[in-house]
Design a protein around this ligand. Sequence first.
Ligand SMILES: [Zn+2]
Length: 257
Amino acid sequence: MRFESRRQRRLREASEQPFPPDWRRILAARWFGWHLLTLSERERLEDLVKRFVADKRWEAANGFALTDDMRVLIAAQACLLVLELDYDHFRGVGSIIVHPTTVVLQGQRSTDTTGIVSNGPFPVQGQAQYEGPVTISWDVASYEARHPGLASNVVFHEFAHKLDMLDGTVDGTPPLPDEAARGRWIDVFTREYESLQAGTAGDLIRDYGTVNPGEFFAVATEVFFCRPLALRDEKPELYEAMADFYRQNPASRMSTD
Ligand SMILES: [Zn+2]
């Protein structure tokens, strides 16, 4: 026989509970993505959300109180990324720290792949630390959850970094099934990254993606889930590469025909 770890039991018990109707109401009222999913996608997302909420350590900034709205909206958007992957892709996510608004962090930050280039206070709307917590600013996250047209989404962004980190490096290449897929990914992403840096990529992907390849992947993920039709039309190869990785075709959810 095998013993169940405490964590496994917590996950199993969370999964066995019915999805709280209040959580469904929160998603329907406050998240653009809910209405785009099929019934079976919603069922699978609900199961992921139940486990994610129970599994992760949720912390609030000083003097700030966490609510179900926060946990459920953050969990649902994070879990959309792994809807067709495996829950285990978030094994590197320990705690999620929710701040009421933009946080000013102290200390060093890395702004390119060569290492630390800047010191001192800097404002962030979110952060994903390697083998560390994910930080989310709630005012930004709750606004973006209702406005996909912005093509900006701090939750998609930070959890894309966590997927990128799974292979030990934040280099814009998440774990891919084989060398051929990896080669295709690097071809397409290098071309699009260089085009964004050269200023010839159009307006769809925001300039923050020029910071380094890791940021490019995170920013491209925001567009992939927020404005998939535009991305498919304007950058079909980039769209296809991400559709292969995420095993999702979000543009098909938006088509009216
Ligand atoms: Zn980032």
